[in-house]
Design a protein around this ligand. Structure first.
Ligand code: XLS
Ligand code: CA
Ligand code: CA
Length: 444
């Protein structure tokens, strides 16, 4: 790998993270993630397709509304922001390869700074994309998805494609076009739309119908442009109910699926489900995954978690094996994630300031999903869970139940099949048994 400035090692003293197994006490080693271990016919690496999020890992300073950043970026030492970006790219690829993760994800502005003009911003991005391509080629690291940051700049304060000001919509188009170019140039396997400010803060001054129509039109145009330059991957919409908007149009998976169908986007678009966004929408992570999978639209996952004590988008690294087990059951039953993967859209805590902390955080997240994958596979292959679920619906597998399910009777015919007595035998849902089985397998 060729480094931009000399051969600065940004994570000095940390080597390639090895797999050592569950008995190991080495902090900087995997306990469960064994990339080549075969589970349910595929390697862990093939199932999990982990990605590092450029923004949190290499741009997030730890700043919050009450205080300045706490992380020290060794690559921020040049007077020219493009030089800083070039050295940050070195640091990013050093980190990703030491971690042994196959993919990364980025926003245009994470990788390259904006210039004074649209043309300058595009030139900056192209320069960084060319350098990223070299590093991808020399390391084998790939791009899971690219996206455009349409929420940080002040001009996006009223949204991007849903902005009431046409000039802002056009500015958003310029950024999406350039980000699609960048994604295609880097062989990106997906392209994400997260509508952070596509929503409103006050309904009284908002023409919601018009704004949502503009969003649909914008996505159609983006889809067509991407296909015209050879993008063959999946477009992904990432639901989130709020934050930074009071109300975001892409509230949850069901809302997004309805929106995509309304605008004829359902064949090109899938969903990118983030765990913490699910909980912000008062759903569970599994609920959002299942809704998407049932619609044939589970595209990719932003792997993180919230904090049960508060309602923010805390973007913590996933550590809860119960949750990763449930998630991986949905993924396995979905036949995998296709071109998607598990992107750690997660950040270090503000007071995690050691260089190794970023490694420890990813190791923990990867081990949590690797263990979740193993348990999910055992539950599906060996436990009574699948049959406990399907047996509940046995009465629809033949006879009149099947006729009903196939739409072969009307309400009068269905009503005529009602049992004579109001009382009838009840069939238990067996929830406690299912929960006991899961706990048994967690520690098997
Ligand atoms: C923010 C979102 C964002 C998207 C990409 O809450 O998670 O980071 O994943 O724009
Ligand atoms: Ca996300
Ligand atoms: Ca989030």
């Amino acid at each position: 790998m060729t480094y931009y400035t000399g051969k600065t090692e940004h994570f000095a003293g940390i080597g390639k993270i090895p797999f050592e197994g569950r008995k190991s006490d080495t902090p900087l080693a995997y306990k469960f993630y064994d990339a080549n271990k075969v589970v349910a016919g595929k390697t862990m690496a093939e199932h999990l397709r982990f990605a590092v999020a450029y923004w949190h890992s290499f741009c997030g300073t730890g700043a919050d509304p009450f205080g300045a950043g706490t992380r020290n970026f060794s690559w921020e030492k040049h007077s020219d922001p493009v030089d800083n970006a070039m050295e940050k790219l070195d640091a990013a690829f050093e980190f990703i390869t030491k971690l042994g993760v196959p993919y990364y994800c980025f926003h245009d502005r994470d990788m390259a700074p904006a210039g004074d003009t649209v043309a300058q911003s595009e030139a900056n991005l192209q320069k960084l994309v060319a350098a990223a391509k070299e590093r991808q080629n020399s390391t084998g690291v790939k791009l899971l998805w690219g996206t455009a940051n349409l929420f940080s700049h002040p001009k996006f304060m009223n949204g991007a494609s849903t902005n009431p000001q046409f000039e802002v919509v056009a500015a958003a188009a310029a950024q999406v076009k350039a980000a699609l170019d960048a994604t295609v140039a880097l062989g990106g396997e997906n392209y994400v739309f997260w509508g952070g400010r596509e929503g409103y803060t006050c309904l009284l001054n908002t023409d919601m119908k018009q704004e949502i129509e503009h969003m649909g039109r914008f996505l159609q145009m983006a889809r067509d442009y991407g296909r015209s330059i050879g993008f063959k991957g999946a477009y992904l919409v990432e639901p989130k109910p709020m934050e930074p908007s009071k109300h975001q149009y892409d509230v949850d998976a069901a809302t997004v699926i309805g929106f995509l169908k309304e605008f004829g986007l359902e064949n090109d678009f899938k969903l990118n489900i983030e765990a913490n966004h699910a909980t912000l929408a008062s759903h569970s992570f599994t609920h959002e995954l299942q809704i998407s999978a049932d619609a044939g639209m589970l595209g990719s996952i932003d792997a993180n978690r919230g904090d049960a004590q508060n309602g923010w988008d805390t973007d913590q690294f996933p550590t809860d094996i119960y949750q990763t087990t449930e998630a991986m059951m949905v993924v396995l039953q979905n036949g995998g994630l296709g071109s998607g993967g598990l992107n750690f859209d997660a950040k270090l805590r503000r007071n995690s300031t050691d260089a190794e902390d970023l490694f420890l955080a990813h190791i923990g997240g990867m081990d949590a999903f690797a263990r979740g994958l193993e348990i999910a596979d055992q539950l599906l292959a060996n436990s009574a869970l699948p049959s406990l679920k399907s047996d509940r619906y046995a009465s629809f597998q033949s006879g009149n139940g099947l006729k009903f399910a196939n739409g072969e009777m009307d309400l009068t015919a269905l009503a005529a099949l009602a049992p004579v007595n109001e009382e009838m035998p009840l069939v238990s849902g067996k929830q406690e048994l299912i929960e006991n089985i899961i706990n048994q397998y967690l520690y098997k």
